[in-house]
Design a protein around this ligand. Structure first.
Ligand code: NAD
Length: 481
């Protein structure tokens, strides 16, 4: 198997003002294959001049793109969607190589990204305003306009979807965008940007930069050119960026971390619930902001649930994502196995029972076994901090009130999952749980036409759905007589 990115026909670079800029004369950093720990290539990092050039281009790009007719903007997005579908196998190969998830998951990510682009293309046509009733001679209009150049930052866990989720609604609204994806998964974002380039997006409208994250975010957010911050990543980094953005009072969309509770009631369909939950828990090795993490199970079925969960987990085959038999790949970077190991040890030291997995796997890759802990104390670190790895935490409850209190205990509020056949209870849970997405008897949180986002410290300003484009528009009232 080839083990460089060049073998996939991809050179790493920055995309600024419609040109690719190479490593020549720039600092670089290695991009690792998480399955082997080996370097795949070296990524150029932006200089101060690169960032200044990107800002200038973004300002020019906005002026041109905001007056481009919505039909023309939509056509570019549809063409980019078609190219992503056409290149899905190549994109999947890149994602698996630099991020580790199995090929089938990576391909699904590419296909869903194309659906997002098609949805946003439709929304580009629907930025409606209002005409308000007034006495004769007076007319009041409410109009929507693109907010301006966007600075977007996103994490490594969905190297194709995350960049598309940032670029696509911005372009639909008529904004230009400078994107800084994760330096750990740059090739996927580069391949996405090539789709936009080949779809005919004018060069100044979208820029792609990599660099020292703190320098890039400080530079882009301090500039008066930037009118919106859009971020997907951890709560601490999100708070830091919000502080920087406050200086120029810019608009923000913050898609931050979560610690999703799963409430499993005695009356659920137990076998179907287990099949669904175990598959969902270990998707992308648990490195998903909406990953189910805290499994609160009613006492009448707790023992059967724990046994069924552990038994299914032990059957998951861990390996290189390029192997078709692999059910779960490595974690994405060398930080995750140590972080998960420390959480497992901490939970066990205060009484958690190890039901499956629990160890790092040998070799040079960043592997950790799919792990299940039972009877986990609510004081365990993992029950309070986002685990972001292949770790399922089980605990028991007796009453509905207790389950709801536990679901709402943390400052996070992204997704929550509930399994119960009781209709009255389903309605109550939908009302009472503090989360941006509440999913009952299934696990799907992402639909192109529905808002995706959190409440409390998980963020604000949903992505996807009409809300995702609306978040890139400003509202003006015009009163004329
Ligand atoms: P991290 O907080 O160091 O980094 C998260 C992302 O933010 C990375 O892509 C990084 O490049 C970027 N980043 C870091 N500092 C930045 C800055 N100053 N300006 C702009 N971008 C910056 O965490 P990590 O070790 O890479 O990942 C672990 C944690 O990240 C997890 O605990 C989880 O909370 C969070 N995470 C969340 C998501 C999500 O979808 N919400 C995705 C990936 C990671």
């Amino acid at each position: 198997m080839a083990d460089t990115l060049a073998d996939l026909g991809l050179d790493l670079g920055l995309y600024i003002a419609g040109e690719w800029r190479s490593a020549l004369g720039r600092d670089t950093q290695p991009v690792l294959n998480p399955a082997t720990g080996e370097s795949l290539d070296h990524l150029p990092l932006a200089t101060t001049q690169d960032l200044d050039d990107a800002l200038e281009a973004s300002e020019r790009g906005f002026k041109a793109w905001r007056t481009t007719p919505p039909e023309a903007r939509a056509a570019v997005l549809h063409r980019a969607a078609a190219l992503i579908r056409e290149r899905a196998d190549m994109l999947a190969a890149i994602v698996t190589r630099e991020q580790g998830k199995p090929l089938a998951e990576a391909r699904g990510e590419a296909i869903y990204s194309a659906a997002l682009l098609d949805f946003h293309a439709g929304e580009a046509m629907r930025s409606y305003g209002r005409v308000l009733p007034r006495p004769p001679g007076l007319r009041s209009l409410v109009v929507k306009q693109p907010v301006g150049p966007v600075a977007a930052f996103c994490a490594w866990n969905f190297p194709v979807i995350n960049p598309v989720r940032k670029i696509s609604p911005a372009l639909a609204a008529g904004c230009s965008v400078i994107l800084k994806p994760s330096e750990e998964t740059p090739a996927s974002a580069i391949a996405v940007m090539r789709c936009f380039q080949d779809a005919g997006l004018p060069g100044d409208v979208a820029q792609l930069v990599f660099g020292v994250p703190d320098t890039v975010s400080r530079t882009l957010l301090a500039s008066p050119v930037t009118r919106k911050l859009s971020f997907t990543g951890s709560v601490p980094v999100g708070k830091q960026l919000m502080r920087l953005a406050a200086d120029t009072v810019m608009r923000m969309t913050m898609e931050l971390g979560g610690h999703s509770p799963v409430l499993v009631f005695d009356d659920c369909d137990l076998e179907a619930t287990l099949d669904t939950l175990v598959a969902h828990k270990f998707r992308n090795a648990g490195q998903v902001c909406v990953s189910p993490t805290r499994f609160h199970v009613q006492e009448g079925i707790y023992d059967r649930f724990a046994a069924g969960f552990a038994e299914r987990t032990a059957r998951i085959r861990v390996g290189d994502g390029r192997d078709a038999a692999t059910g779960m790949g490595p974690t994405a970077n060398p930080r995750r196995p140590g972080a998960i190991e420390a959480m497992v040890e901490d939970a066990r030291s205060i009484g958690a029972r190890l039901l499956a997995g629990g160890r790092r796997l040998g070799g040079d890759g960043f592997f950790f076994e799919p792990t299940v802990l039972g009877d986990v104390s609510h004081d365990a670190r993992a029950m309070n901090e986002e685990p972001f790895g292949p770790l399922a935490l089980l605990s028991r409850f007796s009453t509905e009130e207790e389950a709801i209190a536990e679901a709402n205990r943390l400052p996070y509020g992204l997704a929550a999952y509930c399994f119960t056949q009781n209709g009255r209870r389903q309605a109550l849970l939908g009302d009472a749980i503090e989360a941006g997405m509440i999913v009952i008897n299934n696990v799907r949180t992402s639909w192109t036409d529905a808002p995706f986002g959190g409440v409390k410290e998980s963020g604000f300003g949903s992505e996807d759905g009409p809300e995702g484009v609306e978040a890139h528009m400003m509202t003006k009232a015009i009163h004329a007589s």
